[in-house]
Write a protein of this length. Structure first.
Length: 370
């Protein structure tokens, strides 16, 4: 039995959950109206309005006058939205998860919000969670459910600090407390139910052990204050592929994707049909690459800047030398994060347009060619 700390700090995350009715859209709007009022009136110090930004889009279509109020609450850390644009599915490929987070980051940017704390998806995504977190600059990741704070080690060998939720902080502190100094608990419900539950915990738990958390307070936790690394169960990794966008068309040519794309399991029927159509009508691939290096995305930059984003992964178990032969020569090749922010790294481009580099096993690499 691990030694218990004399005191624990519980980070309480109030999570808004609405009860569906025969009019779910109206019910959701009224729920958000009530929640925003509770935050403005300080009846609630903080509230996680939703796990994905698509919910914000849906609400503001019906309540556009609430934009400034919501932006103020988000920037004051009174309101928090999960890092996804839509709730991930267990069958999502890695590239679909990246695209999902890119859309979420774009939506957050409209409000001037850039979070350092993300929201985990499903256990099936644990093997790539550290890569996703690092690629989007998340210092910590919340997981709704579970009860153990840990460092999750991904398929690429890198760890990620993951703060999971306990169901009952009073019971946890009395009987199940482990070797982590910080624990987190999610309070689900409508605003009045959340307020009532928080008041009960305040009367039971020591004052110093109770925090209404937000991304700022969570980001201040030191890695040494959570448990040692943990290797998650090995799930199948579907790296996936994203079709090239029409904006990439140059000199009247229609872009295509590598033939390796269809060798990977892909669960989106419409996307697969589109990829097959492209491959049947094109004579050659946009990129010739080392066999073990799989191209997962060929796309424009999210910010609309010049150039093309190319992303790939080494599918082998060994470090390999990769050679990329592109459809044309670019002047520059920058190594960027998954969110397309610069890392400061660059790769040389040969006179014939070839790019060579070393790739570690299962490591996602994103290049900006311009």
């Amino acid at each position: 039995m691990p030694a218990k700390f004399a005191r624990y700090i519980f980070h309480v995350l109030p999570v808004l959950v609405g009860k569906a009715s025969h009019h779910p859209d109206l019910d959701r709007v009224l729920l958000w109206d009530d929640s925003i009022a509770a935050l403005e009136q300080r009846r609630l110090p903080m509230l996680m309005l939703g796990s994905d930004w698509r919910e914000v889009d849906s609400y503001l279509r019906l309540r556009p006058e609430q934009f400034d109020t919501l932006a103020h609450l988000l920037n004051q850390r009174q309101a928090w939205i999960g890092s996804w644009y839509w709730t991930p599915h267990s069958s999502d490929t890695v590239e679909q998860l990246v695209r999902n987070l890119l859309l979420g980051r774009r939506s957050a940017g409209v409000f001037g919000v850039v979070e350092e704390v993300g929201l985990a998806g499903l256990p099936e995504h644990d093997v790539v969670l550290p890569a996703l977190a690092a690629g989007f600059g998340f210092r910590y990741v919340y997981r709704l459910g579970g009860g153990v704070s840990m460092q999750v080690v991904g398929v690429d060998g890198f760890p990620m600090n993951c703060m999971e939720m306990v169901a009952d902080p009073v019971r946890w502190r009395a009987t199940e407390a482990g070797d982590s100094q910080h624990m987190a608990v999610a309070v689900y419900g409508r605003p009045f139910a959340i307020i009532e539950q928080i008041q009960q915990w305040r009367a039971t738990l020591p004052h110093d052990d109770f925090l209404i958390t937000n991304p700022t307070t969570l980001g201040a936790i030191q890695p040494s204050q959570i448990v040692t690394p943990h290797q998650p169960a090995v799930w199948g990794v579907y790296w996936g592929v994203e079709a090239a966008y029409a904006q990439m068309v140059t000199e009247g040519q229609t872009p295509t994707v590598p033939f390796l794309a269809l060798q990977q399991a892909y669960h989106d029927v419409e996307m697969r049909a589109a990829l097959e159509t492209i491959l049947q009508t094109e004579q050659a691939s946009l990129i010739e690459t080392t066999h073990s290096f799989h191209i997962t995305a060929i796309k424009p930059r999210e910010d609309g800047a010049v150039g093309v984003i190319v992303r790939g992964v080494n599918l082998s178990d060994e470090r390999i030398e990769v050679t990329l032969r592109l459809w044309r020569r670019f002047e520059h090749c920058a190594v960027v994060r998954l969110d397309e922010r610069p890392t400061g790294g660059t790769l040389p481009i040969e006179t014939d347009g070839t790019i060579q580099f070393m790739a570690a096993p299962s490591r996602l690499l994103t290049l900006w060619l311009y």
